[in-house]
Design a protein around this ligand. Structure first.
Ligand code: ADE
Ligand code: ZN
Length: 379
């Protein structure tokens, strides 16, 4: 912990789990646990690409390693192969999901995993291009996932909306066709259109996806776009100007452009930050140098998310505890992040209102239980 952090700023992970909150930047593809992978591989008679113990160490598998990529990341684990190698690993992994039952099971486990961190609502990003068995049947994939999410909700687990994601390297006609199918068939739980993938591999996508995003906007879908992660602030301008993004996934490199920071603050555009992912993939060297507190201090709405928690080996409650320790956030500050996560989410208004009310009650109860009473005066 850096020297400037007061020693008393240590928030218990159990208290963090008790704060009702939303997660708005998490990829379903990044939540498959080892047990999910083993089960799917066995069901399909497919060999793992490497030893189970190091399955998420993408750089150690010949099939995904990108030797030419210098990430500046940790060099180990998921960061070692860079974003491109990691995205290839997701293709392999999601390629194992072949039946509606398997897709529903993965969605159900996702909701259970989220619930364990005290997440009550998630906007989960799903990019069908990773799920090769569903090519040409993307809406059917959404329906299969929705069935798992419905069952999860009935069982009292986290409520989830789906952000259907285009891959940055897709063509304009592919994007428009995908949105056309969504608007025609309106699969349950799809609440937003998104763009993810490697910004370095394809450059800006604003012009290319403008028509698809206009279609989505006119059809009542929300819009969230990955930018300012593997691109600089220019990617964020592109997403705001051309795609009318309501939120930016990452957007962290906006900090390099003062005018952009002012725009984000003035327009109330939330940045869906994922500090651990940025550090593992080499965008920043460590937590202490992450711009999260500087963006928040500049008046930008920020949420704290995991991105790809299974391969990153993290949970949201752990990451909030790390943020509290490194940046000096107490429980009240974390409750502020929880409120922002709910407000920034694409949950419906009734659910937002209920979660915010529950958050107020939970924060009061936790604050009461952790406040040390003044000592009785000595007579
Ligand atoms: N898909 C899954 N994780 C991603 C990330 N960190 N950036 C872009 N696309 C992704
Ligand atoms: Zn992401």
């Amino acid at each position: 912990m850096p020297a400037h952090v007061p020693a008393e700023v240590r928030v218990d992970e159990q208290d963090i789990r008790l704060l009702p909150k939303a997660e708005v930047h998490v990829h379903l593809e990044g939540t498959f646990a080892l047990v999910d992978l083993l089960t799917l591989a066995k069901e399909n008679g497919v060999a793992l690409p490497g030893p189970a113990a190091t399955i998420f160490d993408v750089s150690t598998h010949d099939s995904f390693a990108m030797p030419e990529v210098t990430t500046g990341g940790t060099g180990r684990g998921v960061g070692g192969a860079g974003l491109t190698g990691f995205l290839r690993f997701l293709d392999w992994q999601c390629g194992l999901v072949r039946t509606p039952e398997q897709a529903a099971r993965i969605a159900y486990s996702f909701a259970a995993r989220q619930t364990t961190s005290g997440i009550r609502y998630s906007d989960v990003i799903v990019n069908p291009t990773h799920w090769s068995a569903w090519r040409g049947r993307e809406v059917a994939l959404m329906e299969a996932l929705a069935a798992g999410l419905d069952e999860a909700e009935q069982d009292g687990l986290c409520v989830t909306g789906i952000a259907y994601s285009l891959l940055r390297t897709q063509t304009a006609p592919e994007a428009e066709q995908a949105v056309g199918a969504l608007l025609e068939r309106r699969p349950r739980r799809v609440v937003a259109l998104s763009v993810d993938g490697d910004e370095k591999a394809s450059g800006p996508t604003g012009e290319k996806f403008r028509a698809a995003f206009r279609l989505a906007e006119a059809g009542g879908l929300h819009r969230t776009v990955h930018a300012g992660e593997s691109s600089g602030p220019d990617g964020v301008w592109d997403a705001l100007d051309h795609l009318h993004a309501e939120r930016i996934d990452h957007g962290v490199r906006s900090i390099e452009d003062e005018v952009l920071v002012r725009r984000l603050a003035d327009e109330g555009i939330p940045l869906d930050l994922c500090p651990r992912s940025n550090i593992t993939l080499g965008v920043y060297p460590d937590w202490a140098s992450h711009p999260l507190p500087r963006l928040a201090a500049a008046g930008v709405r920020v949420t704290i998310n995991t991105d790809d928690p299974a391969p990153l080996g993290c949970t949201l409650d752990e990451d909030w505890a790390v943020a509290a320790g490194v940046f000096g956030y107490d429980l009240t500050a974390l409750a502020g992040f929880a409120a922002e996560s709910i407000r920034a989410s694409f949950a419906d208004d009734d659910l937002k209102r209920d979660l915010l009310a529950e958050l107020t009650d939970a924060t009061e109860a936790l604050t009461r239980s952790t406040t040390v009473p003044d000592p009785e005066p000595v007579p």
